[in-house]
Design a protein around this ligand. Structure first.
Ligand code: GDL
Length: 463
């Protein structure tokens, strides 16, 4: 890893998700974690700070500026690099002098607040330009590079040691393969983007289960520089029912030598980000090969005190089971996997053939239901608030399974149909979204086609 200040390896946090930006006190807590764990970069780019994308031309009000100024000041005190990102790509006119001036004005406002390092983001925007712009620049990549070069040169003339970053419109392998941004987009960036600007990349996918050295080496050759990883492994803004507290994984220790930084864009609910940030920090500082599960268990031990309840203390084994249920986007933790397997095995068999294992499975189901229920007793209320809606769903399913297994275990119920008074249609697994999900169903190979409920027209929400 390089350690010249302007080329320091960036390791830290991106506040870059959709949804409510973090509060001042949440940012304060994140910075506290970062200082303790040795993460050096806080990247500010919450998609739904209206001034970040939609109103990128409008300066912050004094009140909003004071909040960001406070954050910058706190970063400085903690020795954390603060990077301010602006996303003008939704409607910027690459030819327009007034738009360039608006960028300079915003950067000036931030510089006056003490900000040193900046970024222009061109992710999640239409990959089109206006006809006059196409004639002038030839490609979207050229237009974005020219704008970024101009802004980074302007900044460096004032702050020579500033870091400048750029997020391309195709920012993962799948987008590049689909031709997003136009033919040869990344190669153009490699040729035309000033060498002192860093380029973000999320890996083969937006949410990459793995980022291999081979993948990054191929990319670096096109970009003519090492990228900075924008890691969405723990981001959950795309699915409000889930969160991720598994370990930083699917990336080998060698990756660190092939990139100029790794920044993680984690769960929108900050209290759920302990594991994402703790294990990223452990990964960055690990001297040798990376053992993700060992790092997970070590970090979970550190997280355990946050799970103190108003009644008896939470035991470590219970936290492992719960956290394994909300592990990573592409995988459950081993205990959750085992439980699912045991339940599926049991339900696949005729209850008449069930033996002692049915009671064991049921006991595990009840245990998990109780763990979920106990979240309401957490002393740390922000953690409970962040968990509450998510674990509710799991608790409901465990409750239903308990009732069903109990029903099926009773030989008097053979041949009878099971109903639960606590799981009624419409209020349980109800709603338009759920009904829509049944219309177009996705197979495990990713293919999507109309499901059985499409054939009977989905049925009415109300008879
Ligand atoms: C994205 C967005 C990011 C979002 C994430 C997960 C990048 C560069 N941009 O595409 O803001 O949080 O996916 O939904 O990742």
């Amino acid at each position: 890893m390089d350690d010249v200040t302007t080329d320091e390896f960036l390791a830290g946090v991106i506040e870059g998700f959709y949804g409510p930006p973090w509060s001042e006190s949440e940012r304060h807590e994140v910075l506290d974690w970062m200082r303790q764990w040795g993460l050096n970069t806080y990247f500010y780019g919450p998609k739904d700070d209206l001034h970040h994308r939609i109103f990128w031309r409008t300066p912050y009000s004094d009140a909003d500026a004071a909040v960001i100024g406070g954050l910058i000041h706190e970063c400085q005190q903690q020795g954390v690099r603060f990077v301010y990102a602006l996303g003008p790509g939704l409607d910027v006119r690459y030819n327009d002098a007034a738009d360039r001036e608006a960028l300079r004005l915003r950067f000036t406002q931030l510089r006056e607040l003490g900000c040193q390092d900046f970024c222009l983001l061109f992710d999640d925007i239409p990959d089109r330009m206006h006809p006059g712009e196409i004639e002038r620049w030839g490609s979207l990549a050229s237009a974005q590079c020219a704008l970024t070069n101009e802004m980074s040169a302007w900044l460096r003339a004032r702050q020579p040691r500033s870091r400048f970053l750029f997020c391309p419109t195709p920012y993962c392998g799948r987008m590049e393969a689909a031709g997003l941004g136009g033919e040869g987009y990344l190669e153009t960036v490699g040729r035309e983007l000033s060498q002192d600007v860093d380029v973000f990349w999320t890996g083969p996918e937006i949410i990459s289960s793995e980022i291999t050295v081979g993948h990054i080496d191929g990319l670096a050759a096109k970009l003519r520089r090492k990228p900075v990883i924008w890691d969405n492994l723990h981001a959950n803004d795309y699915d409000g029912r889930r969160f991720y507290c598994g370990p930083y994984s699917g990336r080998s220790a060698e990756l660190k030598g092939r990139v100029k930084g790794i920044l993680t864009n984690p769960n929108t609910e900050m209290p759920l980000d302990f594991m994402a940030l703790r294990t990223l920090a452990a990964f960055v500082h690990a001297p040798g090969p990376w053992d993700a599960r060992a790092a997970y268990l070590a970090a979970l031990k550190e997280w355990l005190p946050e799970f103190e309840t108003v009644h008896r203390p939470m035991v470590f084994a219970d936290l492992v089971l719960l956290a394994d249920c909300y592990y990573l986007p592409h995988e459950e933790g081993p205990e959750a996997r085992q439980l699912f397997h045991d339940i599926a095995e049991l339900l696949a068999r005729d209850p008449a053939d069930w033996g002692a294992e049915a009671a064991l499975v049921r006991a595990q189901v009840v245990r998990l239901r109780e763990i979920c229920a106990r979240m309401a007793e957490l002393k740390c209320r922000p953690l409970f608030h962040a968990l509450s809606r998510r674990v509710w769903d799991l608790r409901e399913e465990m409750d239903l399974l308990d009732r069903y297994i109990g029903f099926a275990l009773d030989s008097e119920n053979r041949g009878r149909t099971f109903h639960s008074d606590f799981h009624l249609t419409q209020t349980y697994r109800g709603g338009l979204v759920r009904r829509l999900q049944d219309l177009l169903v996705q197979a495990t190979d990713g293919s999507i086609r109309p499901g059985p409920s499409a054939a009977n027209r989905g049925g009415p929400a109300r008879a």
